[in-house]
Design a protein around this ligand. Structure first.
Ligand SMILES: [Fe+2]
Ligand SMILES: [Fe+2]
Length: 168
């Protein structure tokens, strides 16, 4: 499996990533740890990039715009879920897709596929399965990376913001 996207797709990925950074509170997620030592920001970037790699390597017919944006925003819940004193909805595993959706829909006009990606990425924990290919891809990429980040905290993310600006 190729580990970098084709240059044109990576350029498009970077463009959407920068638009989200510029027009939302996405950068705040740098301050919150997701799993192990990985921030929510880095986790979201990794999930989005891996989702695109899966689609590109398998030559899947996907809506790249919705796949990238939905994946970047899938954990846009904007709180530290480890903070026991914070009054975020609980249990976090079940409720954060809705929190991410509410934040994302405040900052952006979301497509139906983007909503499906965000709201259903925790399947099977949340009982409703994804209903589009893009949401299935993100659901699987998220499981894979969450497991790696939790079991191997020293694990180096395979893509960083800096990497995206360098040629493959
Ligand atoms: Fe999540
Ligand atoms: Fe996630």
């Amino acid at each position: 499996m190729k580990k970098r996207l084709s240059p044109a797709r990576e350029h498009y990925f970077l463009k959407l990533f920068q638009e989200i950074c510029d027009h939302s509170r996405f950068m705040q997620s740098k301050q919150n740890i997701q799993h192990g030592q990985t921030s929510v920001y880095q986790h979201s970037l990794s999930v989005a990039y891996l989702s695109c790699l899966i689609a590109e390597n398998l030559s899947l017919f996907v809506d790249w715009h919705d796949l990238i944006r939905g994946a970047l925003l899938h954990d846009y819940f904007l709180y530290d879920w480890h903070d026991k004193s914070h009054d975020h909805p609980r249990p976090h595993g079940l409720t954060h897709p809705q929190a991410a959706y509410e934040n994302a829909s405040r900052d952006f006009t979301l497509s139906l596929k983007e909503i499906n990606i965000i709201k259903r990425h925790m399947f099977p924990l949340t009982l409703m399965p994804p209903t589009c290919l893009e949401a299935w891809i993100v659901c699987l990429a998220d499981k894979y990376l969450s497991t790696l980040e939790t079991l191997f905290p020293e694990w180096e993310p395979f893509i960083s913001e800096e990497d995206l600006e360098k040629p493959a």
